[in-house]
Design a protein around this ligand. Sequence first.
Ligand code: TXA
Ligand code: MG
Length: 342
Amino acid sequence: METKIYETATIDEAAELLRTGQLIAFPTETVYGLGAIASNDEAVKNVYKVKGRPSDNPLIVHVADREIAQYVAFVPPQAEALMEAFWPGPLTLIFPMKEGVFAPTVTAGHKTVALRMPAQEQTLELIKKTGFPLVGPSANTSGKPSPTTAQHVMHDLSGKIAGILDGGETQIGLESTVLDLTNATGPVILRPGAITEVQLEPIIGKLAGSAQSTNEADAPKAPGMKYQHYAPAQPVILIDGTPADWVAIIEAYRGEGKRIGILASEEQLDIHKDAAVAIYSLGLKNDVAAASQRLYAGLRYLDEQPVDVILAEAYDLAGLGKAFMNRLEKAASSKYPKKNAE
Ligand code: TXA
Ligand code: MG
């Protein structure tokens, strides 16, 4: 199959392909999604197949407006307030499932369903023209970083899907916040994203837990969290230290004859770039939004360079930093300096 890149003018053609059960990748403000009509079981099965995704990891359904009562068993009042505040936007909400609406494979045996309205005009238009919500897991091969450009999607899925709607580079670069509204003890963040606890709590009150809670007991995981996440072929060492710590670790690797790749802020690169054979800038250190937007492209880039180890810079956990560090920690094989003696 030849995978075609669609410009905005051909949304009609992409919608028609979706209606006939084909797969079309679409841009969102977070990352690219792999679209199929959420009522077409064959098409949804094909999404799992082309991604190589485990069949028990449910998919997010993308809607074009806030009229969701038709798709879920119950819309809690908290959801109304959250949709008003954050949709369209990078917040996925988990609802009790309504039988017979979506293909069974969408929810992978769970009694709940994840919905999100993406903030991307082209994609909202695509969903409207298709006439039904679209599943949209990130449009990468399972185990690769989520795609933030149409070229990333092409790299992973060329020849396996009918097309890609090109929306350029995605704005946020990290997947949406996933908030579970079906938990008996209260709302729980299953995956941190651009919509943070600090933004959610004024609207729905105190959360009952967060996936990044330090207390394991109140940190339930999204079904997808148990799977191996992206890790480049070379070890990624997360460095949360001073320039002197950087020098120490760089010297240690150079002493072993290792070729170094660095994924870091402009400021950090200015000091250490001569020691590296490949670098990727995350932007200025005070701009965690830029770092988040560039993270996956940087990991993909450095993974293809002739390096033996990738040194990556830690960012502060405030705001979007929590989601950025959550993804970077999943890619990293170790941290330096080791904070807790273990
Ligand atoms: O930003 C995003 O959310 C992107 C764009 C394309 O919208 N999509 C995305 O999809 O990241 P995916 O499939 O890569 O991640 C979906 C996450 C997984 O961790 C999955 O386990 C969780 O959402 N999830 C889906 N349905 C769920 C459910 N019913 N209960 C709990 N977690 C669910
Ligand atoms: Mg994904």
